[in-house]
Each structure stands twice: as structure tokens, then as C-alpha cells.
Design a binder for this molecule. Structure first.
Ligand code: G6P
Length: 614
């Protein structure tokens, strides 16, 4: 949720830290702070955005402006309201140790009481502050220790999740970092090292990184780093090369990251399929699961766990896999799965889907499934993420960095992955070679059809203009388009704060119909598939109650245009593939309504891109 950066080297640390924090603001942004070290240690932190902190940093003393060691943090509140004092870094009373922390210290309350009883004074309401006092107490009780061992000993008392950076003016030549459950990456420069909670702030400086694993602690100096386990056993780490560039994480001429990411979808669709869809041979090659294909195809059942938008992709995956491969599929919210003692065993396959690869509940679901002996497979976007590393096999979506908090291109990439997976599982079992080849051909036309939908942007903006003041909205779809209705409603509520609900259209009669009046926008996904005539009847029902109908229909559909107030026409496609198209106008509609209402779409209130706490 929160973002961490650190720097040690030969350049001025403050501007580097602030730039890094800006790249991380999408992770959480109610307050921000930095600690700089040059002889003494200085902490500057405040409520609000990183730009506010940047302004304040202009007043730094000359000495601190040239400091070449520092750490920084953007906070998204979990314990304690957003405020100057609750912002990180936290310091001990003598002001010679500073700590930043991502995650949650679950036993913080007991630790805090213990420390208070020993005379420690707390300045904030955060769980994180216990860490700095704990390190201080341990170090004071045995001055022969160094910062590394004091930190290591402190972490032994801690339950919960953490990604931390610790600096001290008593040992000014190092940053001590550690992780358990919250990601941390070390970027390797020349005579300098960068630390961050994900690669976004690092990529403009170096493409060589080392990912810390859970239970590891590293001492980073300007001339080298050493990674050990919390138990003090030295670790050999592999240096990974990042494969995305800084241009990719900047807005590229669009007003918002979200809009850029919506428009990137045709290119992303190509990227997901590249090297995997062998059109001329009519086959798919999914390298990341090849060795496990037999077990996957013979699974008694597949369970898919995810959160948020990824959960909606999972629902489409359920339809696809059952439809094509005839393997029973269940979809679970990761947060429910992990706590309900699920019946899962060695004959089952559990697929976890996550854009970030760091969502705490999804990670916990993965670990639960693993413990129960299931084959665990991942579909992730962020390369090297924890979920990607902890699953036995899996596939990357290759959608590139997604910065907008509301997920768009990652969703379409996940659905394509699931489409390719469903076809792969059906090979030699339920679908013939020709049937698979036909489906692949259809898939290969999707990027071009998506491009045509994006050309409708100004029409969709006009529609948004008419509905921007709505207080509620209902999204209805059937079959493959039911999860799309859920996703359309989620997009609208996430970024415009209009209350929106998605339903299977037939369920309308069992409740939502009571809400329909002359002010209620009802968005129907009414593409021509097996339930088309049923959807038309549902539209009639809404019309007769004076509801305002916006319909997504196939080009040339006269029936729908007779019934709906506004129709967005999209190219024809087969049922299983439609979600990849129908979702795009809904993303654009939500985007335009939100911007017309003056909302900050890239950073919606109370939301975070990567939810690494429960
Ligand atoms: C947060 C984000 C959503 C995302 C969900 C799951 O709520 O705001 O956009 O769908 O987490 O994230 P994941 O990274 O696991 O897909």
C-alpha cells in the first residue's frame, strides 16, 4: 500500500528520494516523508502529497541538501489517521535512528505497552513506530551490537508483515532493509544503490535489481550489499534485468495514466499473445505451464482466487474453462478462501490472479492452497512479484506497468490469458485442432476491433456528459457479459464515487428493479449472443419504468437502437470473446464521467493500487 524508497551513493539523496516517491504515489498517498543523513540525521515529513514535501524540501539546510544517504516513504493510513506525526519516517527519542515501514505489525499493541512500561514515549498512533523503539531498546541494552543485528533482533519480536528501511547516524554508511510479506527491491547502480518497494522508482536509474525474499535482511552500502536471512545466514542473490523503460511508466501525452492505459489495450493484446499464439499452426504455446499441463488437464476441479478487478477476470475464466475444457471451476474471493477452511486437495488446481502479484489476501490464498497440496498456478502482471515467485507455475500477462489505480489494461490481459489457458486445456480433450484454430483466429482480430471501439471515445464522452450527475447506476449483462457488468460498475464507483451495481440481467426482477425511475441510468450489455432476446426483454422492462437505457450493442443492431436512449456500437464477435470488447466502452464511460465530475481518476480517494495489507 505504502511506498518505500532509499538511496545510498554519491548523488544528492533528497531530490532522488522525492522523485522516487512521486513514482510510488499510486501505492498510497495520504502523507509522505524523508530522512536524510549527513553527520546527523534529519526527518522531514508531512500530511498530503509528495509535491508538498518537495516544496518543503527547498528549505533544507545546505548540509542536508548534499546528504548522499536517505530513505523516503509515502503512506496510506492503516493504523492512525493521516497526519504529520503519523507519517514516516519514525525516529527514536534521541533522534539517531529512523525507520520506514510498509505492512502491518500485528502484535504492535502488546509491544507498545511493553515499551511504554520501559519508559518509551510514542509520538504517533502507528503500529510502525514500535519498530524504531524496539531497535533502540535492543541496541541500548547491548552496545556491542551493530545496526544490522539490532534490527535483526528487533524483527524477531515482530508478528505481521513488513518491508523496512533503517538508518542511523551512529553507522552512517549503511541502510539496513528487511522484508516479510511486503516487497522490497534493491537497484544496483555504479557506486550507488537504490531501494524501493517496487521497481518503478528504480528503472530510470538502473535496470539491474535484486528482489529480497520473505525473511531476508540486507545491509546496503555505497560500495556493495550483503543479503542474509533473519537467522543471519548469508544468501546468494540473482541479479534480475528489468524489462520496462521509464517512458512506459510516464503518461505518454495522455491526460491521465488511466486513459493512457485504456488506449494501450490493443497493443497490450498483441503483447499478451506474442510468441504464444501460433496462428499458422493453429496452436498455443504457454511455456510457463508446459511442465504441468498434464496435471492441469486432469484436475478434478479448478479454483480461481483473486480480488477486485482480477476477481472479475476470474469469473470470465470460469465461464471460459468450463465452456471450452469442461473442467469444473469455482471462483472465490481470495479473502474468503483463506479464512473458510476450503476443501482443496492434491487433485485440485488453484489459480491465483493478480495484477500486482502482491495483494495480501491473494498471496495468503495461494499459501493456503499450497499447504493443502493443490497445484498452485499464477497469472500476474508484475514480473518478479511475490505471487509470481511463490506459485509453482504460471504466466505473466505482459501488460506493462499499470499506474492508474483503477485496473484496465491488466484486466483485458488477464482475460486473454484465461482464454488461451482454456483453449490449451481443451486441446486433445474437448475441442478439435480446427476448433482451436478457429478460436485463435478470432482472438487475433481482437486488437483491431478494440482499436475501433477506442475511436468511439468522443461519443462516449458525450454520453458521459449527460449522466455525470447521476447518483446511482445499474449495469446489467448475461453470460460472459455478467462479469463485465460487475467490472463496469466497479470502474464507475472506484473513480467517480457514484454508487453503481452490476447484476446478471435476469436478477433485475429480484430486487434492483425497485430502484428504477426516470433518473436511473441502466447500462445494458446487449451483444448478439445466445441470451440476446432475453436481454431485449429486460431492456423493455426498464424502459416501461422510465429508466434511462445506455446499451452496448453490435454494429447494425436496429432492435436495440429502438429501445435504448443511447447505443454504443461495437464490432461483432463470438460470445466467449466479447468481454474483451464490451469492457472498453465501460472503462471509457467511467473515465469520462469521473473527469467531468472533477475527480482525480489516477488517485481515487481511499483506494490503493496494490493492497498489501488485509
Ligand atoms: C486493488 C486495486 C484494484 C485491483 C485489486 C486487486 O483494489 O485498486 O484495481 O483489482 O486491488 O489487485 P491485484 O494486483 O491483485 O490484481
Amino acid at each position: 500500500m505504502c511506498g518505500i524508497v532509499g538511496y545510498i551513493g554519491w548523488q544528492e539523496a533528497a531530490p532522488l528520494l522525492i522523485k522516487g516517491l512521486k513514482r510510488l504515489e499510486y501505492r498510497g498517498y495520504d502523507s509522505a516523508g524523508i530522512a536524510l543523513m549527513n553527520g546527523s540525521l534529519l526527518v522531514m515529513k508531512q500530511k498530503g502529497s509528495v509535491s508538498g514535501l518537495e516544496e518543503a524540501s527547498e528549505g533544507l539546510s545546505k548540509e542536508m541538501k548534499v546528504a548522499t544517504v536517505g530513505i523516503g516513504h509515502t503512506r496510506w493510513a492503516t493504523h492512525g489517521e493521516p497526519s504529520d506525526t503519523n507519517a514516516h519516517p519514525h525516529q527514536n527519542a534521541s533522534g539517531d535512528i529512523a525507520v520506514i515501514h510498509n505492512g502491518i505489525i500485528e502484535n504492535y499493541s502488546a509491544l507498545k505497552q511493553e515499551l511504554i512500561a520501559q519508559g518509551y514515549v510514542f509520538f504517533s498512533d502507528t503500529d510502525s513506530e514500535v519498530l524504531v523503539h524496539l531497535i533502540d531498546r535492543i541496541w541500548k541494552s547491548d552496545p556491542s551490537l551493530d545496526l544490522e543485528s539490532a534490527t535483526r533482533n528487533a524483527l524477531r519480536h515482530v508478528d505481521g508483515a513488513y518491508g523496512i528501511c533503517v538508518i542511523s547516524s551512529r553507522e552512517p554508511d549503511k541502510i539496513v532493509v528487511a522484508r516479510k510479506g511486503s516487497p522490497l527491491v534493491i537497484g544496483i547502480g555504479s557506486g550507488e544503490y537504490y531501494i524501493a518497494s517496487d521497481a518503478a522508482p528504480i528503472v530510470e536509474h538502473t535496470n539491474k535489481v535484486v528482489y529480497l525474499s520473505d525473511g531476508e535482511l540486507a545491509v546496503v552500502k555505497k560500495d556493495g550489499y550483503l543479503v542474509k536471512t533473519i537467522e543471519n545466514v548469508a544468501q546468494e542473490k540473482i541479479i534480475t534485468e528489468l524489462d520496462f523503460s521509464i517512458e512506459k511508466i510516464e503518461k505518454g501525452g495522455f491526460e491521465h495514466f488511466m486513459l493512457k492505459e485504456i488506449f494501450e489495450q490493443p497493443a497490450v493484446m498483441h503483447d499478451v499473445m506474442r510468441g504464444r499464439v501460433r496462428l499458422s499452426e493453429g496452436r498455443i504455446c504457454l511455456g510457463g505451464i508446459e511442465d504441468y499441463l498434464d496435471r492441469l488437464k486432469h484436475a478434478k476441479r479448478i479454483v480461481i482466487c483473486a480480488c477486485g478487478t482480477s476477481w472479475h477476470a476470474a469469473l470470465i475464466g470460469e465461464y471460459l474453462i468450463e465452456d471450452f475444457a469442461r473442467i469444473p471451476v469455482e471462483v472465490d474471493y481470495a479473502s474468503e478462501f483463506r479464512y473458510r477452511n476450503p476443501i482443496v486437495g492434491v487433485d485440485d488446481v488453484v489459480i491465483v490472479i493478480s495484477q500486482s502479484g502482491e495483494t495480501a489476501d491473494t498471496l495468503a490464498a495461494l499459501r493456503t492452497a499450497k499447504e493443502k497440496g493443490a497445484l498452485v498456478m499464477g497469472i500476474c502482471n508484475v514480473v518478479g512479484s511475490t505471487i509470481a515467485r511463490e506459485t509453482l507455475c504460471g504466466m505473466y500477462t505482459h501488460a506493462g506497468p499499470e499506474v492508474g489505480v483503477a485496473s484496465t489494461k491488466a484486466f483485458t490481459a488477464q482475460v486473454i490469458m484465461l482464454y488461451m489457458l482454456a483453449l490449451t486445456l481443451s486441446k486433445g480433450r474437448t475441442l478439435s485442432h480446427d476448433e482451436i484454430a478457429l478460436n485463435l483466429k478470432e482472438l487475433s482480430h481482437i486488437p483491431e476491433k478494440a482499436t475501433r471501439i477506442l475511436e468511439l471515445d468522443s461519443q462516449i464522452k458525450d454520453i458521459a456528459e449527460r449522466f455525470k450527475d447521476a447518483r446511482n447506476a445499474l449495469y446489467l449483462g448475461r453470460g460472459y457479459n455478467f462479469p463485465v457488468a460487475l467490472e463496469g460498475a466497479l470502474k464507475l464507483k472506484e473513480i467517480s464515487y457514484i454508487h453503481a451495481e452490476g447484476y446478471p440481467a435476469a436478477e433485475m426482477k429480484h430486487g434492483p428493479i425497485a430502484l428504477i425511475d426516470k433518473d436511473m441510468p441502466v447500462i445494458f450489455i446487449a451483444t448478439r449472443d445466445s441470451t440476446y432476446s432475453k436481454i431485449l426483454s429486460n431492456i423493455e422492462e426498464v424502459r416501461s419504468r422510465k429508466g434511462r437505457v445506455i446499451a452496448i450493442a453490435n454494429e447494425g443492431d436496429q432492435e436495440v437502437s429502438r429501445l435504448a436512449e443511447h447505443v454504443i456500437y461495437i464490432p461483432q464477435s463470438s460470445g466467449p470473446i466479447t468481454p474483451l470488447l464490451t469492457v472498453i466502452p465501460l472503462q471509457l464511460l467511467a473515465y469520462h464521467i469521473a473527469t467531468l465530475r472533477g475527480c482525480n481518476v489516477d488517485r481515487p480517494r481511499n483506494l490503493a493500487k496494490s493492497v498489501t495489507v488485509e
